[in-house]
Design a binder for this molecule. Structure first.
Ligand SMILES: Cc1cc2nc3c(=O)[nH]c(=O)nc-3n(C[C@H](O)[C@H](O)[C@H](O)COP(=O)(O)O)c2cc1C
Ligand code: SF4
Ligand code: SF4
Length: 282
C-alpha cells in the first residue's frame, strides 16, 4: 500500500481536455496513485470556496489563453491551499507560444502554499482549430504522451532522491514581469448553429461557463462565453461552427503562421541533481 504522502492530487481547468490528457499521463509516469481530482472545468467544482490539500504532491495544469492562464482558471486555482508539498506544473498551448503562462502558474502555486518543483509546456490542438484551419491537429499525439510520461517519471525519481521538499528552490521558468496583457473582456458572436442540430444537449452539459441557452436554439450567451470551443468540439452533429468573426480570423492567422511543429519543454528546480538540465526541450 502506498503511504498517504505518496498519493497524488490532480488539479486542472481543461475545456477541450488536452490539459487533462497530459496531466493524466504525467501522473502515470510518476507511478503514484491518484488520490483525488479537482476538475475546475466543471461549474460545480468552482462553486466551492476552498480546497485543502494536506498531503502528497500535486500536479496543476491549465491551458494558455492569450499567453496567460485563463481568468477562470486563476480564480479557481487560488482556492487550493497546500502545506508546502511539491507542485508539478503543466501548461498546454496551441503551438503559438505560452509566453508568461508557465511563470504565472508557478507564482500561483507558490501563493497557494506549494513548492513548484518543475514546469512543463506541452502542445495541444488549438481550441480554434477546425477542418478549414487545422492547428496542431490531434495533439497531444503519441510522441507528446511519451514525453509527458517521461516528465512524470523523471520528477518522481528526483523527488525520491530529495525527500525534504522544504529544501527545494522553486523552479525557474521562462516568462516576464509584468505579465503580458491577457484576454480582454470582449464579447461577440462567433458560433453558427446549423440545421443539423438535433437538440441533444451535449453542448449544454460540456460548456464550462453555462453559456449556452437551451431555450434559444442552443445559442451562446456572448457575455459569459470564454471562446474555449469545447461545445464545437463536443457536438456529435458538427452543428456548431465558427462564423466570420475575430476568432475565425485568428484561426486563419494561426494556420498560416504557426504551422511549424513545436515540442514540449520541461524545467526542473536547481535543487535537483546537476546532471538534470534545468530547462530542456524533450
Ligand atoms: C481564448 C483562447 C486563447 C488561446 N491563446 C493561446 C495562446 O496564446 N497561445 C497558444 O499557443 N494557444 C492558445 N490557445 C490554445 C489553447 O491553449 C490550446 O488549444 C490548449 O491545448 C487548450 O487546452 P484544453 O484542451 O485543456 O482546453 C488559446 C485558446 C483559447 C480558447
Ligand atoms: S451538441 Fe450540437 S446537436 Fe447537440 S444540442 Fe448542441 S448544437 Fe445541437
Ligand atoms: S459556449 Fe463558449 S464557453 Fe461554452 S463551451 Fe462554447 S465556446 Fe466554451
Amino acid at each position: 500500500m502506498p503511504k498517504q504522502s505518496e498519493l497524488l492530487t490532480l488539479v486542472y481547468f481543461s475545456p477541450t481536455r488536452t490539459t487533462q490528457t497530459i496531466l493524466e499521463e504525467v501522473a502515470r509516469g510518476m507511478n503514484i496513485p491518484v488520490a483525488s481530482v479537482i476538475d475546475f472545468t466543471k461549474p460545480s467544482t468552482r462553486l466551492k470556496d476552498a480546497y485543502d490539500i494536506r498531503q502528497g504532491p500535486v500536479i496543476i495544469g491549465s491551458p494558455v489563453y492569450a499567453g496567460r492562464i485563463p481568468k477562470d482558471a486563476v480564480v479557481s486555482l487560488e482556492k487550493i491551499k497546500g502545506l508546502g508539498q511539491p507542485a508539478i506544473l503543466v501548461v498546454l498551448y496551441g503551438n503559438r507560444e505560452y509566453d508568461d503562462a508557465l511563470l504565472e502558474l508557478r507564482d500561483l502555486a507558490i501563493n497557494c502554499g506549494f513548492i513548484p518543483v518543475s514546469g512543463g509546456a506541452f502542445i495541444g490542438e488549438h481550441s480554434f482549430s477546425n477542418q478549414e484551419f487545422p492547428i496542431a491537429r490531434s495533439r497531444p499525439d503519441e510522441n507528446d504522451l511519451k514525453k509527458a510520461f517521461q516528465y512524470g517519471n523523471r520528477i518522481s525519481s528526483m523527488l525520491d532522491q530529495c525527500p525534504k521538499t522544504e529544501m527545494i528552490t522553486p523552479v525557474s521558468v521562462p516568462g516576464n514581469y509584468p505579465y503580458r496583457d491577457g484576454m480582454g473582456d470582449t464579447a461577440f458572436q462567433f458560433i453558427e448553429i446549423n440545421e443539423d442540430c438535433d437538440s441533444c444537449g451535449t453542448c449544454v452539459s460540456i460548456c464550462p461557463k453555462q453559456a449556452i441557452d437551451e431555450s434559444a436554439q442552443y445559442s451562446t450567451l456572448d457575455e459569459t462565453c470564454i471562446f474555449c470551443c469545447a461545445c464545437i468540439r463536443a457536438c456529435p452533429q458538427s452543428a456548431r461552427t465558427l462564423k466570420d468573426s475575430p476568432i475565425k480570423k485568428k484561426a486563419a492567422w494561426l494556420f498560416e503562421n504557426c504551422g511549424i511543429r513545436k515540442e514540449p519543454e520541461v524545467y526542473f528546480s536547481k535543487s535537483f541533481n546537476a546532471t538534470s538540465p534545468e530547462g530542456a526541450r524533450i
